[in-house]
Each structure stands twice: as structure tokens, then as C-alpha cells.
Design a protein around this ligand. Structure first.
Ligand SMILES: NC(=O)c1ccc[n+]([C@@H]2O[C@H](COP(=O)([O-])OP(=O)(O)OC[C@H]3O[C@@H](n4cnc5c(N)ncnc54)[C@H](O)[C@@H]3O)[C@@H](O)[C@H]2O)c1
Length: 328
């Protein structure tokens, strides 16, 4: 039985809490949140206890921590959990500062504990199936990739202000997907951004729409387009082109019913947002983390992957700010 402490009882903390509670061999022992009401609600739902950070990390019964608190708490909690000898699952991004993220790598290596970053898209059934077919050679060597990654609606401006900007908050997932699918690293990146959706986002120093072009070390090309507003739902697609054809990963829809009438042919809109679209992926990543711990296997999305994605997000931010391509 793995005893677990969960940090953060917000949007994603609730998802992880439910997945931890549903996982055989795991007991959610503590929930830690500076928002007492949020913590109280979650412990009641899953028969856990409220604790503060120190008490949770000091308890020798706690073997693993799941960090789902606000981004600015991640690096500190990773370092403290590593020093306490706990296995760590932490949400993306590792931190907003590359320097602090790299310090986490050192702390985790020193402690010799497992550390996985929550890039759940690598556990999405559709994306995983595409990756397997790509690796099996169905379209030959991948040459080009196009990622469409659009949120249905922007978050509150208060969230934007502490998010680290769209490249670190939102595109960090797309940078990880790009590295994973192509199995290649970026050599240069050119990011453009505009504020087209909500002027307050621009006033907060951020953009809400981006177009990013990446050239890899192997000469492959990738384009990523994102926006904070797609009125038809969460638009999460990508395509990979190779010498022998193309593989496309499409959106998930609540049902596969099509309506054909004299006026039109219609189908369901894509699932609304990440909580719905990646429901299966969130469950699978938590199951993978504890399976890896139990069987002493490496985790699939490492702290190093978290740092690599942050390097890309950092370079993209600089590219947008300076209006030029950045060589990595
Ligand atoms: N992988 C994904 O798809 C995904 C999706 C959403 C959010 N996230 C990440 O998860 C993290 C949380 O995002 P969210 O949307 O759930 O935010 P949220 O604001 O809904 O929840 C964050 C929670 O952390 C708590 N918190 C703040 N400081 C704390 C501390 N020192 N100790 C314990 N708890 C603390 C807050 O009170 C809040 O309840 C962010 O880093 C975000 O980037 C990842």
C-alpha cells in the first residue's frame, strides 16, 4: 500500500485526488492546501486528512507526493520532498525559472528519488496510438509536424498574471508533444504572438494567440498554432507527415453521432476542456507513476523532459519578445 500526500486541491488536484483514490494499492493519506476550504472538501470526499507541508513531509508513512499546487510552489516542494526521500509526481511546469528547474534536477539526483512530470498528453490513448504507428514505420521517417492546440476560453486575467506567460503555461505541453512524437530536439525556434482575444491579456504583458515554427537538429520542421479562445471547444489535434504518408490525431467528442438533415450534416463539438479531453490520460499517468515505483522502472515523463520543455518555452518567450528566431 502506497501512502500519498497530495499538494493542491484546485482544478487539477481534484482530478488527481479522485484518480489516487480509485487506484488499487494507494491510500490518499493527506491533502495539503493553503486554501483550507478546498483541502477540507477533498479530504471529506476521499477519507483523507488535512495536513500542512511540514507534517506531510515529515511523516515516514508517506512514500510519495503528488504536487498539484500553483506553479510557483513546485520547485520548493520538489526540493523539500526529495530531501525527505519521497517519490515525486509534479504537475507541469517544473517552475517558471530554468535555473530553479535545473536546481530541482540536482536535488532529485542527490536524493536518488523518482520524479515524474505531469505531461499527460503522452498518456492520451489517441496520441499514444499515433506514436506507436509512427514508430512502427507506417509513414516512414517523420519530416513535418503541425500542432493545433486551442483552449475554448481564456482563464481569468488574475491567472494570466502569475502564469509565466502563454509559452510556459500553455505551449509547454505542445513543446513536450513535439519532442516526444518526433523524437528529435529543437535547433531553432521562432515564435510570434498577438493579443486578439482579450485586451486585458495584452495589458498584463502576455499574448493570447501564437504561431511558432521549430527546426530540429535533424532538419525536421514543426509548426504550432495556439489560441486562448476556440468557441467550438478544446481543439487538440496534430498531424505528422512522412515520405509514406500522414498520421493525424483528431479531437475527442462526447459521442460519435452524426445528424444528417436537409440543412446540414452535424456532429458533437470537441469535448469542452482539458478535464474532459484528457480524463483517461490523467488516470493513466497516475497509474503509470505507481506502477513504475512498484516495479522499479523508469517513469515515462521525466524531470529532464520538464526542463527541456521549459527551455523551449523560455526560448519561445525570448523569440516573441525580441522578434527574432532563437538558436538553441
Ligand atoms: N497537466 C495539465 O493538464 C494541467 C492542467 C491544469 C493545471 N495544471 C498545473 O497544475 C497546477 C495547478 O493548477 P490548477 O489549475 O489546479 O490551479 P488552481 O488554482 O485551481 O489550484 C491550485 C491550488 O494550489 C493551492 N496552493 C497554493 N499554494 C499552495 C501551497 N504552498 N501548498 C499547497 N497548496 C497550495 C491553491 O490554494 C489552490 O487550491 C499548475 O501548476 C498548473 O500549471 C496542469
Amino acid at each position: 500500500m502506497y501512502e500519498v500526500a497530495l499538494f493542491g486541491a484546485g482544478r487539477i488536484g481534484k482530478i488527481h485526488g479522485a484518480n489516487l483514490a480509485a487506484q488499487p494499492g494507494i491510500r490518499l493519506r493527506y491533502v495539503v492546501d493553503v486554501n483550507a476550504a478546498a483541502a477540507a472538501e477533498l479530504v471529506q470526499r476521499h477519507s483523507a486528512k488535512v495536513a500542512d507541508t511540514e507534517a506531510a513531509l515529515k511523516d515516514p508513512a508517506v512514500q510519495a507526493v503528488v504536487i498539484a499546487s500553483s506553479t510557483d510552489t513546485h520547485a520548493d516542494l520538489i526540493m523539500r520532498a526529495a530531501a525527505a526521500g519521497k517519490s515525486i509526481f509534479c504537475e507541469k511546469p517544473v517552475d517558471l525559472s530554468l535555473q530553479r528547474a535545473r536546481a530541482c534536477v540536482d536535488a532529485v539526483a542527490r536524493a536518488g528519488v523518482a520524479c515524474m512530470i505531469g505531461f499527460q498528453r503522452r498518456f492520451d490513448p489517441t496520441f499514444t496510438a499515433l506514436k506507436q504507428r509512427l514508430d512502427a514505420g507506417e509513414i516512414g521517417n517523420p519530416e513535418m509536424m503541425v500542432i493545433t492546440s486551442r483552449d475554448p476560453a481564456p482563464p481569468p486575467v488574475s491567472y494570466i498574471k502569475v502564469s509565466g506567460g502563454i509559452f510556459k503555461d500553455m505551449l509547454i505541453h505542445d513543446f513536450d508533444v513535439f519532442r516526444w512524437i518526433l523524437g528529435d530536439e529543437a535547433a531553432s525556434i521562432y515564435a510570434m504572438g498577438s493579443c486578439l482575444v482579450q485586451k486585458e491579456i495584452g495589458e498584463a504583458g502576455d499574448v493570447d494567440s501564437t504561431a511558432v515554427t521549430i527546426r530540429t537538429r535533424g532538419g525536421r520542421l514543426c509548426q504550432i498554432n495556439t489560441t486562448r479562445r476556440a468557441v467550438y471547444g478544446y481543439d487538440q489535434r496534430f498531424e505528422v507527415l512522412g515520405a509514406k504518408g500522414q498520421l493525424q490525431a483528431g479531437n475527442h467528442k462526447p459521442t460519435q453521432v452524426f445528424a444528417h438533415t436537409a440543412a446540414s450534416v452535424s456532429e458533437d463539438k470537441p469535448e469542452y476542456f482539458f478535464l474532459e479531453r484528457y480524463r483517461a490520460a490523467y488516470a493513466a499517468e497516475i497509474a503509470h507513476f505507481f506502477d513504475a515505483l512498484a516495479n522499479r522502472k523508469p517513469v515515462r515523463t521525466t524531470l529532464a523532459d520538464g526542463v527541456k520543455a521549459l527551455e523551449l518555452a523560455d526560448a519561445a518567450t525570448r523569440s516573441w519578445q525580441e522578434g527574432r528566431p532563437i538558436t538553441l
